[in-house]
Design a protein around this ligand. Structure first.
Ligand code: DAH
Length: 340
């Protein structure tokens, strides 16, 4: 009786295993056979009705049948797993011959490229690169630069005042004063940075732009040092063929003062659209540091002398890259920036 029942269960189970399409239906078979109410379990439970002397034999039969069914189930499961794995591997194959996705890296702004070039030139001549605050005291921005309260120069620089004593610096020249107060000569420094003026935005103006200040203080510094240094600077920046010209000018913090022009590097000085027919392009302001400025900063003008200059970073970048509208430098349009 038991033997036949077992045989029947076994054959049915084997057939169901054969038919099972996936692991889920395989599991259904397991439950149906070996589950709490499974057919096989029922037979096992019937052991108690078997005569004691027959139990070992019947037990062995049950075990044998269970082992056979389980073995088939395991085989089926392994096959299914292998098939699933094969399918996944096929699905996930990587074509190593496809071109790789390129990492997009940004690049430096034309202002930054220009500044780094200027810094390199001056570092090569022994200058330090220093910084000063953008929110500055009226004293450093004006008074200590020989521009006392009421001086007309204050009106020319449309200033953002925070209060009576604090403002957004209109120039990088206050860094000169801070350096003279902080260091003993010899001083050789450039100070790049952002400056602010209450200007309307147009092709050549912006309320925020950049300057690079320069200053040398030592014993026996003359206008010849100024000329030699600044000529070297523009030769490195624009090429050895470029000529320089100094025009007398006035700045309150230098005496004498000058503006420096360079011969147009587009037309070589003949006059073109680029230099507006002039042949020359104005590039920076400079001069010998005023004795009063030295004195106010604690440096004895009878022992030391020096020269200073200030140049607009945007101005150089625009010239260097032949850009005719400063606004392009601030709009951060990627199509523009990518060209440099
Ligand atoms: N600070 C001046 C300006 O903003 C530029 C300048 C001129 C700086 C002459 C100097 C200098 O150090 O000597 O127009």
């Amino acid at each position: 009786m038991v033997k036949e029942k077992l045989e029947e269960i076994r054959q049915k189970a084997m057939a169901s295993i054969e038919e099972a399409k996936d692991q889920e239906s395989l599991n259904d078979v397991r439950v149906k056979v070996f589950g709490k109410k499974g057919e096989f379990t029922k037979v096992q439970k019937g052991m108690k009705d078997v005569a004691p002397e027959d139990r070992p034999k019947v037990g062995a039969m049950i075990n044998e049948a269970r082992a056979a069914i389980e073995e088939r189930m395991n085989e089926a499961r392994e096959k299914m797993q292998q098939r699933a794995l094969d399918e996944r591997l096929k699905r996930e194959t990587i074509d190593v011959t496809l071109p790789a996705k390129k990492n997009k890296i940004g690049h430096r702004h034309p202002n930054t490229i220009t500044l780094e070039e200027v810094e390199k030139i001056f570092i090569g001549m022994g200058f330090d690169v220093v910084e000063g605050p953008e929110i500055e005291k009226d004293y450093y921005n004006f008074t200590a630069l020989n521009i006392p309260k009421g001086h007309p120069t204050r009106d020319e620089q449309d200033t953002f005042y925070i209060n009576d004593n604090i403002l957004l610096r209109t120039q990088t020249s206050p860094v000169q004063v801070r350096q003279m107060e902080a260091k003993k000569p010899p001083i050789r420094m450039i100070a790049p940075g952002r400056v602010f003026r209450s200007d309307e935005v147009d092709a050549t103006h912006s309320p925020s732009f950049h300057q690079i200040e320069g200053m040398v203080i030592d014993k026996g510094i003359t206008f010849a040092d100024l000329k030699g240094t600044l000529e070297m600077f523009v030769h490195k920046l624009f090429g050895d063929d470029v000529k320089v010209k100094f025009r007398p000018h006035h700045f309150p913090f230098t005496e004498p003062s000058a503006e420096m022009d360079v011969s147009c590097f587009k037309c070589g000085g003949k006059g073109c659209r680029f230099c507006k027919g002039e042949g020359w392009i104005e590039i920076l302001g400079c001069g010998m540091v005023h004795p009063k400025v030295l004195e106010m900063s604690g440096i004895d003008p009878n022992v030391y002398s020096g020269f200073a200059f200030g140049v607009g970073l945007e101005r150089i970048a625009l010239l260097k890259y032949e850009i005719d509208d400063m606004r392009l430098l601030y709009e951060n349009d990627i199509r523009f920036l990518q060209q440099f």
